[in-house]
Design a protein around this ligand. Sequence first.
Ligand code: ADP
Ligand code: MG
Length: 396
Amino acid sequence: MKFIDQMDINGQKLLVRVDYNVPLKEGVIQDAHRIRASLATLNYALERGAALIICSHLGRPTTRHEPEFSLLPTAVRLAELLGRKVKMAPDCVGSEVTGMVQALKPGQVLMLENLRYHAGEKRNDHEFSKQLGALADIYVNDAFAVAHRAHASVVGVVEYAPASCGGFLLKKEWEYLGQVLTDPQHPYVVISGGAKMSTKIDVLNALLDKTDDIIIGGAMANTFLLARGYQVGQSLVEKLRVRDAVELLEKASGKGKKIHLPVDLTFGQGIHSLTALGVCRSDVIPQDSMVLDIGPETITQFKTVLAKAKTVLWNGPMGAFENPAFARGSRELAQIVAGLDDVLTIVGGGDTNVVIKSENLSDQFSFISTGGGSFMAFMEGKELPAFKALKESAKR
Ligand code: ADP
Ligand code: MG
C-alpha cells in the first residue's frame, strides 16, 4: 500500500476523500475536530504544488434536495483553517463539476458536495465511481472512519483513478492499530467497556492470543458477571451473549490469559438518578438496582494491572459516564492510563474519546483512533475494504 509521502504530487490534481461528517446544528459546526485532523495531509499537498478536490459524506440524506446535508459549512471552516479560498462545487459529479476541476490550478482547493446525495455512493456503483475517479490524477484516501465501508468514494473510485494512495491520517491508523494488532510490546493490556457487548466480543476473541490481560468494565462486565454465575439485579446485560462470555472466560484460562472483572460496583436506581445508592461487592448486587459504574476497589486493582503494561488498548467507558454520579470509574481510569510512562496507549470508540476529551487528556495518549466501526472491524483482524483497494492499486 502506498501513502501520500511516496507519491510525486507536484502539479497533480488530488481527489482527497476526507471524513467531514461533522455534527451540525442549524448549519453551525459543533465540533471541527475532523476538519482539523485532515489538515496535515491537505497542507502537505498544497505546499508541494498540488491542487485539491475534497470529497466527503455528511449525514444520511436520501435525495439531493436536502440542503441541511450540504458540505458548505465545512468548506467555510476549512478555508479559515487553511488560510486560503475554498471553492464550493454544486455537486460531486457532472459536467459543471468537471469544468470546475479542469479550471483548477496548483494550490487551489475545490470542495465537492455531499457524496451521499447520489445513491451510487453507498452502492459502490461503477458508473458513479468512474465519474469520481475521472476527476483526479491521484486519489487520496484519508477517511479512516469509513474504511470499513465498500462505498464508491472508498473502494470503487480506486479502480478508475490513475493512481491511489492513503493520506497521513490513514497512515497513522494503519501504523498504530497495526502494531497493537500484530506486534504489541508486552505486557499488553486490553481494556474493554461500554455497552455494546455484541460488537465487542469478536474483538476480544481476536485479540486474546496477543494480549496478556483483559480488563472488563462498563455494562460489558455485567454480562461477564452473569456468566460467572452472579446476579446482576436490574443492570443492563445482553443475555444472548452470556454464552459468548462463558466461552471467552474458558478460552482465556486455557491459554493462561487473565480476565479482570470488577470486584466492586457502584449501583443506583437508574441511569438518570441524581446520586448513586452505594457500592457493593460484585457477588452481592442488590436485586432492585442497576450497576452503573465500577467501584473504588476495582479501580485500585485495575491500576495495579496497568502499572506493568507496555501496551494498552482501551475501548469503552467503565460506566454510565454521561451521568456525573457514575462517571468516576471512567474518569479515574483515563487519568491512570494517561499517567503511564513509556507505554504505547491507544484508544478507540466515540464515547471513550468523550471521556478522555472531557478530562483534557487527549494529548497524553499515544494515539486516539478516528474510527468507530472501522476501528472495531480492524481490531477484529478483518481486512478493511479501503486498505484492500489501496493494496490492489499499488500492485497495478
Ligand atoms: P464506545 O463509543 O467508546 O465504543 P460504547 O458505545 O460501547 O463505547 O459504550 C458507551 C456507553 O455505554 C455509554 O453511553 C455509557 O453510558 C454506557 N454504559 C457503560 N457502562 C454502563 C452501565 N453499567 N450501565 C449502562 N450503561 C453503561
Ligand atoms: Mg459509542
